[in-house]
Ligand binder design. Structure first.
Ligand code: HPA
Length: 246
């Protein structure tokens, strides 16, 4: 079966520059409404789907995103591959603001989120394998496409997913680092495991927008986050443009 690509835009990517929209699907799902209409259109001449994870304009906090509805909607519009764009904080040495990362692993610190479709109601109870949470072929494609447009992307890393919406304490980041986390964000889960349950290929293109708590000079400021988002999302856009044509 041929690939059909969907992009989940995170903070700083509520709209996809250059997307020629042919349809805005306002869908109801068995799990309620998605974060926003799913946009169907062409990016650099190729069909893609796009959804703004936090709504457009940005209004839904990470713990209230209806991840199940978003992925149900993408699957029902025939997506096979999902690229998630995530803004994150950097924890370990090479994880500097402005850097793009393709994480390979996840540690989930979230709680209370609706995180499965195998709930005995929508679908029978089942335990999906999640040893390797991201799809290797899609990660490879992202690496290849990034190389072609000359954007550096770090291949690998552990994404620690926190509940938010507040940022972490310095001690929490210290603990996450000793757990093995390289980056920290609030939206990586349950999105990744739901993608697995829906049998969708899934990878995260994570943009570091600040040093994690206790790793920078002082408090984390919205200003530095916004500055890194503005520059970094242009790079993300270039990579996505290449991915669709590869
Ligand atoms: N922590 C959690 N989520 C984030 C951060 C952070 O430092 N930066 C961007 N999203």
């Amino acid at each position: 079966m041929s690939k059909s690509l969907a992009i989940i835009g995170g903070t700083g990517l509520t709209q996809l520059a250059g997307l020629t929209i042919s349809n805005a699907h306002d869908i109801q799902t068995p799990f309620g409404a998605p974060s926003a209409p799913v946009l169907e259109g062409e990016l650099d001449g190729m069909r893609v789907l796009f959804i703004a994870r936090h709504g457009h304009p940005h209004r839904i906090p990470p713990h209230l995103v209806n991840y199940r509805a978003n992925l149900w909607a993408l699957q029902n519009l025939y997506a096979t591959d999902v690229i998630a764009v995530n803004a994150v904080g950097g924890i370990t040495k090479n994880m500097k603001p402005g850097t793009l990362v393709l994480p390979k692993q996840i540690i989930d610190y979230t709680y209370g989120r609706e995180g499965t479709i195998f709930d005995g109601e929508f679908a029978p109870v089942s335990n999906v394998d999640f040893s390797y949470p991201y799809t290797e072929e899609l990660r490879d494609l992202l690496i290849k496409s990034s190389g072609k447009v000359g954007e550096k992307v770090l291949n690998g890393g552990v994404y620690g997913v926190t509940q938010g919406p507040r940022l972490e304490t310095a001690a929490e980041i210290f603990r996450m680092e000793s757990d093995g986390c390289d980056i920290v964000g609030m939206t990586g889960m349950p999105e990744a495991s739901l993608a697995r349950e829906f049998k969708l290929n899934y990878a995260s293109l994570s943009l570091i927008v600040n040093p994690a708590s206790g790793k920078g000079r002082g408090a984390i400021t919205i200003r530095e986050i916004d500055e890194n988002l503005a520059v970094g999302m242009q790079k993300v856009r270039r990579i996505l443009g290449q991915v669709v044509s590869d």
